[in-house]
Design a protein around this ligand. Structure first.
Ligand SMILES: [Zn+2]
Length: 472
């Protein structure tokens, strides 16, 4: 095996195998000798060389969440962030190899990257090995991580500019997580105007509509944070509903190229637009509203109000928050043959799994959470639907804690159905108080009886939970 040596901008060198392992429009990719990283060499090293270098330095330096940030280790798992700039043999970057869990291990796709199309592409998904399918809830978990990662970039002022099924890998089986890749094309404020428009299907309508104008024309719209805010919900919609939000039956021109340009640009129309149904496929059995109010509202904002008005699109952080709130309403389907295994309990008057139609048996307890605004005054602050896997974590117990990278994830209490009733079993809570006012020590339980009010913690910001039993 021959080995070549690349020199990095910090003066160090790295040994790599000069066999091309991947190739994109812009770069050629090689493994380093130990295969822990790849080096990507630009195909046109002279193009925009000063700006490119400035941009790479900014991405590796002051905009880099994987160094310096107090949660650097966490962000490192969510991004394949470049770790060095290659100077010789030509300009390029060093990136970590994708973690092993982002490659399929079974079936005909073995060794391929876990790109979105393998899950939601109509033909591509037929190649997926059953052991690689994950459950609907695992994709939901991946979407939370994805929204969090994009939100982190946006808070730093960076736009990805090409979020698509290719530049996000989601693993629903091993780690139930996602990673954002191809970071070197990031739009760095004040340094770089993107030349790449994005990937078909994820390009925001205003970019599509103005793509034929000269780059210098002020009316020309280019990828930025607002266009990421179109691509992100497109991916979430695809992962959770397995279809594209804008690809419907409506024809906008007899010319196929012009039709595509219009249908994704000026005339783009959400297939589930509640008032204009002209792009709605006949076979939608599972409408987006099954995702519950929080996510439905955001999809309407993204694909109706904000489709042609970028300022109205929800932020990545709003997506993360809505996904987290909805996560607390996901329950397992009692049908073992259900294709998706889990669903969102959205309508308490008509509870049935939207994927297979099964009605759960018995009663479902919901914990209505309250926060104390003034001593003795409680205000509704979230809900948690109880099932056999429900765990209460710090962010359920305290109103000032949000789930995120630096939060203690240990289970504080959990729920179980024993002796004909639902129980909340204390694991770690020191101030759990029963409806009767008694302290509930660890390993002891409190019954979840309709109307019971349980104080989850006596400490400041500790929440109260009120039990509501829903008859199915
Ligand atoms: Zn089901």
């Amino acid at each position: 095996m021959s080995i070549e040596i690349a020199t990095l901008s910090d003066g160090t060198s790295i040994r790599y195998i000069p066999e091309v392992i991947g190739e994109g429009a812009e770069k050629t990719v090689y493994f380093t000798e130990d295969r822990s990283s790849v080096i990507c060499l630009y195909k046109k090293p002279k193009e925009d060389s000063i700006l490119r270098r400035k941009r790479l330095e900014a991405i590796l330096g002051r905009f880099n969440p994987t160094i310096g940030d107090k949660n650097a280790k966490y962000w490192k798992e969510l991004f394949c962030w470049p770790t060095g700039i290659v100077e010789k043999p030509s300009i390029g970057i060093v990136c970590p190899s994708y973690p092993k869990n982002y490659f399929f291990t079974a079936g005909v796709l073995r060794g391929k990257e876990k790109q979105g199309l393998w899950y939601f592409g109509e033909k591509a998904s037929k190649l997926l090995n059953p052991s690689e399918k994950g459950t609907w809830r695992d994709f939901f978990a991946g979407c939370i991580v994805l929204a969090r990662a994009v939100g982190r970039m946006h808070r730093a002022g960076l736009a990805h500019s090409d979020l698509s099924y290719r530049n996000v890998l989601l693993d629903p089986v091993i780690r139930r997580s996602a990673i954002v890749i191809d970071i070197d094309a990031l739009v760095v404020p004040g340094i770089f105007t993107p030349r790449v428009l994005g990937t078909k299907g994820y390009i925001a309508p205003e970019v599509m509509e103005t793509m034929n104008l000269p780059f210098e024309d002020p009316k020309r719209k280019l990828p930025c944070i607002h266009t990421d805010r179109h691509a992100l919900p497109t991916l979430i919609y695809q992962y959770l509903l397995r279809r594209h939000p804008l690809e419907g039956p409506k024809v906008n021109s007899k010319d196929p190229d012009e039709d595509e340009q219009l249908s994704q640009g000026k005339k783009a129309l959400f297939i589930e637009n509640p008032s204009d149904k002209s792009n709605r496929p006949n076979d939608i059995k599972i409408p987006f509203t099954i995702l519950g109010k929080q996510l439905s509202d955001l999809f309407l904002k993204a694909f109706v109000d904000g489709l042609h008005d970028p300022d109205k699109r929800p932020t990545a952080t709003q997506w993360e928050s809505a996904l987290l709130k909805t996560w607390d309403r996901i329950i397992p389907c009692s049908n073992t043959g259900c294709p998706n295994k889990f669903f969102v309990l959205s309508d308490t008057h008509n509870i049935r799994c939207p994927f297979c139609g099964t009605k759960p048996a018995g009663q479902i307890p919901i914990l209505n959470l309250y926060k104390e605004t003034r001593p003795g005054q409680w205000q509704p602050d979230g809900e948690l639907v109880i099932h056999s896997k429900t765990a209460l974590c710090m962010w359920h117990v305290y109103d000032n804690i949000q789930p995120g990278p630096d939060v203690d994830k240990t289970i504080q209490a959990y729920c179980a159905f024993r002796g004909g009733q639902w129980l909340l079993i204390n694991q770690k809570l020191t101030g759990l108080i029963s409806p009767g006012g008694n302290s509930v020590p660890t390993d002891k339980a409190v019954a979840l009886i309709n109307g019971a009010r349980i104080r989850l913690s006596k400490e400041p910001h500790g929440r109260m939970a009120e039990v509501k039993l829903i008859k199915v």
